[in-house]
Design a protein around this ligand. Structure first.
Ligand code: CP
Ligand code: NVA
Length: 304
């Protein structure tokens, strides 16, 4: 049994295997076919934070695959004083075939996976967001036909999204560049981790957004204040003001795609002109969440 807690839980070959199933299911779906690969299977979704894309794309994916899903919000008492995470996970995994968890603290998902008798998928934690990064690189592949050798420039906060993309880019032979103020770049622990798991990966950090985006195939940004950081909002707005992805910055990479995981804070990390402009593929990325997660569910449950 396998889990997807961090992106590096999958090898490059396994990511390609998931993408192949995703592509096949997407092609059939676009042609009006919904292959019931998972009849009778049940997905449990435990969410400690808000979500549109992750929640709905997983629930729709399960319905299309012939299975069903249960959304478990705050009223189930997960990670509260009601019962331990271990008791919750042991019991829930008796009822469902696969679990998606969006947690405040990454360690909560780790603890859940340790006791779960079914696969656990990270639906976002403060540390990483593997499903989004997979859908983003799948989107790039659809546009360019290949990904190895291409550069993804991430401009803004070196957050859960930036960490996930750095790993997926490294695994797939892409160059990853983070443009951020020093305090918003990766910490030493994560840098060491990257060097350990992917010693040959090209991962660069800079304070210069123009240098980062020049020659990039993708310019990516995410909110400056992630869920759970609301207290730091004023400081983050001031610290990251020079890292907005706007029309002026995009002039340095007229061929690049613009990506954002959404939700976006328009006028902060990105301008309307860029996110609604001709280089933007943000809605495709969101749509591809469902296709890639179908591939992932089928692969994890052994029906790929
Ligand atoms: N990108 C993403 O995960 O969106 P949600 O927070 O709406 O799920
Ligand atoms: N970095 C954002 C991503 C949302 C999908 C957050 O954690 O809130």
């Amino acid at each position: 049994m396998r889990h997807l807690i961090v992106p590096e839980d999958l090898s490059a070959a396994e990511i390609e295997a998931v993408f192949a199933v995703s592509r096949d299911l997407e092609t059939k779906f676009t042609a009006g076919r919904r292959d019931a690969l998972l009849p009778g299977r049940v997905l449990g979704l435990i969410f400690e934070k808000q979500s549109l894309r992750t929640r709905v794309s997983f629930q729709a994916a399960m319905a299309h695959l012939g299975g069903s899903s249960l959304f478990l919000g705050a009223d189930t008492g997960f990670a509260s004083s009601r019962e331990s995470i271990a008791d919750f996970g042991r019991v829930l995994s008796e009822y469902v075939d696969v679990i998606v968890c969006r947690s405040k603290a990454h360690d909560t998902i780790v603890q859940l996976a340790e006791v779960s008798s079914v696969p656990v998928i990270n639906g976002l934690s403060d540390y990483c967001h593997p499903c989004q990064a997979l859908a983003d690189i799948y989107t790039l592949r659809q546009h360019v036909g290949r990904v190895a050798g291409l550069t993804l420039a991430f401009v803004g906060d070196g957050n859960n999204m930036a960490r996930s993309l750095a790993v997926v880019c490294g695994l797939l032979g892409m160059k990853f560049v983070l443009a951020a103020p020093p305090a918003y770049q990766f910490d030493d622990g994560f840098r060491k981790h990257l060097a350990t798991i992917m010693p040959d990966a090209e991962i660069i950090e800079t304070t210069d957004p123009v240098a980062a985006v020049t020659d990039a195939a993708v310019v990516y940004t995410d909110v400056w204040t992630s869920m759970g950081q609301e207290q730091e909002r004023a400081k983050r707005l001031a610290d990251l003001a020079a890292y907005q992805v706007n029309e002026q910055l995009m002039q340095h990479c007229p061929e690049a795609l613009f990506m954002h995981c959404l939700p976006a804070r328009r006028g902060e990390e990105v301008t309307d002109g860029v996110i609604d402009g001709p280089q933007s593929v943000v809605v495709e990325e969101a749509a591809n969440r469902m296709h890639v997660q179908k591939g992932l569910l089928a692969w994890l449950l052994g029906h790929a």
